[in-house]
Write a protein that binds this ligand. Structure first.
Ligand code: PMP
Length: 360
């Protein structure tokens, strides 16, 4: 079978060039006589891989000197608890913006660990839009403000970075990391699971301002303590070595593509093909409000669940895979991360038009 265009929300497509490079190096990495998978994380070869990946992400995202980059495990979901355990004092309070399922989960996880406030929620509108700055009920004394920059399930993205004054901004960037440049210095902490724009599942990247580490509660396990992870250089235990290696290859690929400004231009172009197709159609409706549209996850529906099912099946038969929307939204979702080529998006747009002609 030929490779397909896989619109999965994650794990998702990786650049073919990256997979081919990994394939070439699979059984004998740079004359070490072994695979990266078989290599001790304490070897010179692996430490060079990890240092290269850190350097790569720092360069591409322009991460300032006073920020640490951690390579952890446990997915973005573990950060939902690790953040309050480290940043929320027992007598403090934190603000959460609930704009989708994962930010709701983050809020719930933090509720178990301390006092948190819902600064805004768009649940009543089925998370179809991102609230404006003026809608955020901010607590000026909050330990931090948490939001999810790109809502993978609903296909919305914050079109601005919230202004929270001196309150540190914390953001889940799992489904938009490395898709475009933004000002890291506006944030206290950023985190992302790898399985969308960075590589295979199993690796979680955390970027934090160093003054925010070192305040963990006494009972916090060492692996969940940012200061301990910084001190141990993300190697308190065996790191997800192959994921770190793959991340390095993905970062090299992005650099060759022209870095994050080029990535953004490409992602805007790709998303436009799909949103233009939706806006020109009388069969499909975009699920997200226009001003809140995501560049990474394009959600849409016909209004007829049976027709949606047929769309997904017929698209799959043409090599356009995993277009079924999340069960909480229904309809369709095309996840078009960095590695989705323009050809895949164009092929999907053509399929949409043909399907509409037959069924519209
Ligand atoms: N946050 C966002 C925005 C996500 O898209 C996901 C996964 N789809 C998660 C968190 C959960 O990530 P993980 O499975 O890595 O814990």
């Amino acid at each position: 079978m030929e490779r397909v265009y896989n619109f999965s929300a994650g794990p998702a497509m990786l650049p073919l060039e990256v997979l081919e490079k990994a394939q070439k190096e699979l059984v004998n990495y740079k004359d070490t006589g072994m695979s990266v998978m078989e290599m001790s994380h304490r070897t010179k070869a692996f430490i060079e891989i990890a240092e290269g990946a850190e350097r790569g992400i720092r360069d591409l995202m322009e991460i300032p000197e006073n920020y640490r980059v951690l390579f952890l495990q446990g997915g973005a979901t573990m950060q939902f608890s690790m953040i309050p355990l480290n940043l929320l004092p027992e007598d403090g309070s934190a603000d959460y913006a609930v704009t989708g399922q994962f930010s709701g989960k983050a809020y719930k996880a933090a509720q178990k660990l301390g006092t948190v406030r819902e600064a805004v929620s768009t649940k009543a509108e089925n998370f179809a839009r991102i609230p404006a700055q003026g809608e955020l009920a901010l607590d000026g004394n909050a330990a931090y403000f948490h939001y999810c920059m790109n809502n993978t399930i609903f296909g919305t993205k914050w079109p601005y970075i919230p202004d929270t004054g001196a309150v540190p901004l914390v953001s889940d960037i799992s489904s938009c990391i490395l898709s475009e440049p933004f000002d890291i210095s506006r944030f206290g902490l950023l985190y992302a699971g790898a399985q969308k724009n960075m590589g295979p599942a199993g690796l979680t990247v955390v970027i934090l301002r160093e003054d925010l580490a070192g305040h963990a509660r006494a009972a916090v396990p060492e692996l969940m303590d940012y200061a301990a992870q910084i001190k141990g250089e993300s190697m308190l235990n065996t790191p997800p070595t192959y994921g770190v290696y793959l991340l390095g290859l993905v970062l090299d690929w992005i650099k060759e593509m022209g870095g994050l400004p080029a990535m953004r231009a490409y992602n805007i172009k790709k998303a436009k093909v799909l949103y233009d197709a939706l806006d020109a159609s009388s069969l499909y409706k975009a699920a997200a409000d226009q001003a809140s549209r995501s560049l990474m996850n394009v959600t849409f529906f016909t209004g007829d669940p049976e027709l949606d099912d047929r769309f997904v099946k017929e698209a799959a038969a043409q090599g356009l895979l995993t277009l079924k929307g999340h069960r909480s939204v229904g309809g369709m979702r095309a996840s078009v991360y960095n590695a989705m080529p323009m050809e895949g998006v164009e092929k999907l747009a053509v399929f949409m038009k043909e399907f509409e002609k037959k069924n519209g």
